[in-house]
Design a protein around this ligand. Sequence first.
Ligand SMILES: *Cc1c(COP(=O)(O)O)cnc(C)c1O
Length: 397
Amino acid sequence: MFRKTRIFTPGPTPLLPAAQFAMAAADMHHRTPEFRAMYQRVLGQLRTFTGSKNDVILMAASGTGAMEASVSNLTSPGDRVLVLTAGKFGERWTALAKAFGCQVDVVNMPYGQTFALDAVRSALKPDTRAVYMQATETSTGVRHDVAAVAKLLREAKSEALLVVDAITGLGTTHLDIDGLGLDVVIGGSQKAVMIPPGLAYLSVSERAWQRMESTKNPRYYFDLRRERKSAANGESAYTPAVALIAALGAAFDYIAGQAGGDLERGRNLLIENAETCAQMTRAAVPALGLRLFAPDAPAAAVTAILPPQGVDSGIIVKEMKTRFALTLTNGQGEMKGQLFRVAHLGYFDPLDTLAVVGALEQVAVDTLKVPGFQFGSAVAAAQKTLAARTQQLKATS
Ligand SMILES: *Cc1c(COP(=O)(O)O)cnc(C)c1O
């Protein structure tokens, strides 16, 4: 069988062709007017994309580099911080905060769930200096309620900074950074913005900048204040990932182009698109004889799906790969074998979603031998959802 390669993983995500061309053409030195113009333009686009007046810091690192910067720059050894975790990426916050000598309180929820606000309220102490959480826990496909946590902190008159790993939240979730008073919001290049891995970005509030005046943890490459100073001159402190920055600019142009050149509206369309693909996938799951791992607070970024009882999810991942050259993600860590994930963030559209559902139908028949399964039933469920969503979006636009 002839096979076309397709990637349905929640990072890296499929690459936007225009971004790939921009990378190939980005042959310039970084201490030049040419680069400075591009850098300032992309930083401006990032502010529009994140929807905040805050400064955005861009760095050559994977997303975890920006997570580390949010710990090293905002804390001192011995600071009490609170981590809200319900999955692999939440656990990364705990490990990072411990690595920088913080005293870490943890609200730990089972995988597939989100936090009860009462648990957050009672874990918050008067001397909690920062709260770390995810907007979307990519390992489980759960959306956490960032707005509710922000409100809780405000009501408690907490001085804790709220730091949000929105690496799969940006471009899939509406986050009113300024309205909610989010102090740090982190994104990564290989997720919703359709370009290769290697760039991370952070939206940083005034309150967070002030905190950095007194914090004592060591930092050098990930010194946010130094990057801010350089960015004000249109440069980065060290050699920037020039080609990726060019790619990011092209991706933002593309996103804006979806809405007649308006990047803010284009971003909203990107978010609605991920939501549509996620709803289509969720509608198809029961028809495939499968179950959702996180039905209660599903993310738009990625859907986690349980294999039939007694079946290793790796078999589905492998079958999709060998039959269709289509890459899904298995469960992470100890969830390996227990679920598989289909991504919706970035350069996907509803037709891509119909393709992955169609491929899963083939696997349902040939490999899983789902009793009574009829070809087309899962695709039909996805199609109906697409039709309903199209009507709904038309009515509200
Ligand atoms: C992808 C991802 C990260 C960052 O991982 P890197 O491999 O360092 O890019 C962090 N948090 C979440 C929620 C993610 O999805």
